[in-house]
Ligand binder design. Sequence first.
Ligand code: SF4
Ligand code: SF3
Length: 537
Amino acid sequence: MFCQQCEETARGLGCTAGGVCGKDNDTACYQDAVNFALSGLAYRKIHQPAGAKVPANTVKQDKDVVAILFATLTNVNFDKERFKTYLKTIISYRDAYPKISGEPKQCSWIPASEEDIVHLEGGIGLLAIEDENERSLFSLLLFGLKGMCAYYSHAEALGKTDPEIVSFIYKGLASRFEKHSIEERTALVLECGKMGVKMLALLDEANKHYGTTAITKVHCGVGTKPGILVTGHDLKDLEMLLEQTKGTGVDVYTHGEMLIAHAHPDFAKYDNLIGNYGTSWANQKDEFPKFGGPILFTTNCLVPPPEEYRKKIFTTGSVGFAGAVHIPEKADGSKDFSEIIAMAKKCKAPQDLKLTDITTGAGHDAVLAAAPKILQLINEKKIKRFVVMAGCDGRHKERVYYTEFAKALPKDVIILTAGCAKFRYNRLDLGDIEGIPRVLDAGQCNDSYSLVVIALELAKVLKTDVNALPLSFNIAWYEQKAILVFLTLLALGIKDIMIGPNLPACVSPDVLNTLVKQFGVQPNTTVEADMKTLHIV
Ligand code: SF4
Ligand code: SF3
């Protein structure tokens, strides 16, 4: 195996003997195989000559492509058997298209045996792309596409689709087997960012399904009844579970990225949605055993569970873990959560982690409603700067940097955030500036679009360019949705983004050079130095 898609990749280079995330060799190789076959399918689909006899209806195929690519994102699916099935599915979709004369031989790849997949060193993985810069650019593109598929699947679940985004997913995947110059590959990566803007806007629209978020203080204590803990990003799953637990005597709690649900009016109406339990995904091994009841994973981040609570793990959607009960979607889109509810009834109520309440829900509507006050505070120099500290959390100790950075910020600086990175500082009690909280949390990484809208609106009102605003970016990344958000920010023309705690390992020296020269991208260093670099002090 060779995987370097996340920030915690081994030695900052790549995982080769089992993933730091817990993904084993065979599952990693099957993920490579799935990605390889997806590129073959995409190539066949895109390059058919006019008049070719192609599948007439690709609705199911498109949905599966999105869900399967999402399954290869970090911490989503560790179940090799699921990837075996996915591989067959993709190959059957691919082979429903006629062969194209002169197509690259990779387009008709069929593994001779399992050995062919799990021991085929360099044959189907990204290392098979020999040119370092080509590999770097295709990796960035593929990771961005994985993020896009994650976001697309959420939007799709809430009835929002966009054929242009799906077409781009195929276009990007197909590019692996096409001949392109480095300039063209660079342009494709940036196009992925442009499509990211569309994607995030679509998801923002989709999430309105549950009403507009309001700035909300979320209860973080526990009740006396047994509970189900819901984690991941899929609000539709949470809604279905809340409907099915009504009147059963089972409470529901959110974990990690599900925190934002409490700020949506449609979720606030459930009286068995008690509060948020714990912090970010990175602490699940400490927090989950104390919860007592079963845990439902709707998306990443799943950490392979120890024996202690393994039997209490349920997965759904693209998530998978061998041995965990998987709750499938039925043909009508519904899911039956009765098994998890039955287990919860036999469990004890959660142990109180004694964590303070936290505030979330500062999406663009909520923040822009306070725009007159914010502008007044800017004019009075009571707000001097905003710093976007969005992104992911992770397990490594070095992420204490983000806590220290937030603590060290002058009191007239406001943090704009989204994603699980916030759990590094959202309980610091940083206070407010005349009623405007100093940590404005838009919600999930899925809600990053809010930060963009806030920045662009501020620029409009202040009649300036977004890069001339008193605004700095200090982004924490971990998985591939953050790569898409990063590319989206580049596509919007945002300069001088600081990114950490380590740069993506797939970035080659030449690609880094482009990112630095064209966009001013910079790695984070120390709190003290970065405060100056970002013009905060
Ligand atoms: Fe390693 Fe990250 Fe890939 Fe897991 S997802 S195998 S930790 S690079
Ligand atoms: Fe977090 Fe996994 Fe990226 Fe949604 S839950 S931001 S890491």
